[in-house]
Design a protein around this ligand. Sequence first.
Ligand SMILES: [Zn+2]
Length: 264
Amino acid sequence: MKILTLILSLTIIINLFLFWYIFDNLKTDSFVAFLDVGQGSSVLVFNSKLKLLYDVGPYGLKTINELNKLTKIYNRTLDVVFISHPDRDHYGGIFDIIERYKIRLIIINPYLSSESGYLKFLELIKNKNIPFITLKAGDYLESNFEKIFIVHPDKRYKNDNQNSLVLKILKNGKEFLLTGDIDQKIEKHLIEKYGKNIKADYLLIPHHGSKYSSNQYFLSNFNYAIIQVGQNKYNHPHLEVIERLNKMNLPYWRTDLNGIFMVK
Ligand SMILES: [Zn+2]
């Protein structure tokens, strides 16, 4: 009887392992995923060879939990991590992520900030010898699976939000614009500078739906909007922005209400 129980338990364990192994190996694909990291931002750009993360959210463990849903649990490498700008809801998770992942390259915007946590982050990556570079408008990255254009910043603006790294990504025949926390002044600048080239299928709504961003004229360049947002004291996403989206019939997704948004 004891032997039978032992065999049964072993079978269950082996089945569980097989299930986990098969399930984990199904997680190979090519996609862009807007993670649910609470009040903050993090977007995973994934293919079978490369993992890129645009911002890491405020809490590393929450971001890692989201990554575990989409990537192989035993592969603890992130090839490129972009930090759009020195706001905690965009870089705060990096400390836990550095502890648990090998990061091959960190990309930041060129404009230093006096934000104390951000300076600590820069200190840490120097101490750990993690390669990092700064990129600005005009720079460009390409892999077999995606093209990434840095469309902003082109110079130093007044505040950190306005210096956010803005990326345009071409992947699987679709275009994405990732916008950090830019405001309407930068939105206007991007339209003046790039004209119709700023158009994309998917827009990461700037600054979590702040009313100081998402000008109607800017929004009219996109087919679908994603609002990365969680509980917050700033009234994000602002009712004005939601009303604007509704009035324009621009469909949108909220990560706080609907979780991860994935485009294959
Ligand atoms: Zn933010």
